[in-house]
Design a protein around this ligand. Structure first.
Ligand code: BJW
Ligand code: ZN
Length: 254
């Protein structure tokens, strides 16, 4: 058995003992759909772009065209990329364990794969909301053909992407649901996140501190890797289907 296989068997054992798992995902789970992550050397979005210029309310106020153009481009990558074996692995996992799926991703790919009740901490790139009235709507999931500013169908003011930028508070309901799920969880599975953005990263910190077993799936080590119970150093598309298989192979499983 190589190191990864060994870690997957240990992860399956931890999950098997849990009644209820919280799964926290980040950009890494969508990386194999061809969607760039944020902080990876060379390929990460923040290597190419400056977050302050694109992912803050100030950036949008200053240059909404530039911000919308970036989001149109990312929508196109997501529509082209589609779901991968990692997203599908989590759908399978939910048929075997009680799972609360909390994501930092805005791409909607968990739902596209078939996951139910996804808690989106940072909003959704296909949602738009008016900067003047309360109107919100969803754009069809398709490659963007438009690079233009989008206007509110109700009042004609500019809309903005329905995502959470730096310095903005997270949607209260999503944050509440995630906190409740964390309280119920007796295991945390964290997949494809650098654990650098708060408050999402605090879920993992707090699980570690309270001795809730934590499994991390990430080909790279992160700031929490040395503190988790099991680090699976592999891609999500490899590790998640393998984890489901390993669960099924445990004695006493169906
Ligand atoms: C693979 C893989 C494969 C690769 N398989 N894995 C406490 C301490 C310090 C700072 C703060 C704090 N509390 C709040 C802050 C400020 C700030 C923050 O956290 N800053 C830090 C960066 C220092 N947080 C906020 O501003 C948040 N708001 C807030 O706290 O409100 C309260 C408040 C209000 C006013 C004043 C003060 C407080 C909001 C954060 C919003 C984050 N928004 C973004 C953009 C969303 C929209 C969009 O997509 O455009 O969210 S930033 C970006 O980072 C995005 C992501 O969801 C988020 C997390 O990134 P993620 O998913 O971890 O990606 P990466 O790239 O970092 O990591 C990818 C990982 O995948 C890597 O580890 C790879 O190895 C791995 N990987 N391939 C598995 N195949
Ligand atoms: Zn409006």
């Amino acid at each position: 058995m190589n190191m990864t296989e060994d870690a997957i068997v240990r992860a399956a054992d931890i999950l098997d003992r849990a009644r209820c798992a919280l799964v926290l995902t980040g950009a890494g789970i969508s990386a194999e759909s061809g969607i760039p992550t944020f902080r990876q050397a060379q390929t990460g979005l923040w290597e190419q772009f400056t977050p302050q210029d694109l992912a803050t309310p100030e950036a949008f106020a200053q240059d909404p065209e530039r911000v919308w153009a970036w989001y149109h481009w990312r929508r196109t990558l997501i529509a082209r990329g589609g779901v991968n074996a990692g997203h599908r692995g989590l759908v399978e996992l939910a048929t075997r364990k009680t799972v609360a799926l909390v994501t930092q991703n805005v791409d909607g790919l968990h739902q596209a794969a078939g996951s139910q009740h996804v808690i989106e901490l940072h909003g959704n790139i296909w949602h738009e909301r008016c900067t003047r009235c309360e109107h919100q709507h969803s754009a069809p999931v398709a490659e963007s053909t438009d690079d233009a500013l989008l206007l509110c169908p109700q009042c004609g003011a500019m809309t903005r992407p329905g995502v959470v930028w730096f310095g903005e508070t997270l949607p209260a309901a999503a944050l509440y649901d995630a906190q409740q799920a964390l309280e119920r969880a007796d295991c945390v599975l964290v997949v494809g996140t650098s654990n650098r953005v708060y408050p999402a990263a605090a879920f993992v910190d707090s699980a570690v501190q309270s001795d809730t077993p934590v499994i991390e799936i990430n080909p790279e080590a992160t700031g929490v890797s040395s503190a988790v119970d099991c680090h699976v150093g592999a891609s999500a598309s490899l590790a998640l289907p393998a984890l489901v298989q390993a669960l099924d192979a445990l004695p006493g499983s169906r």
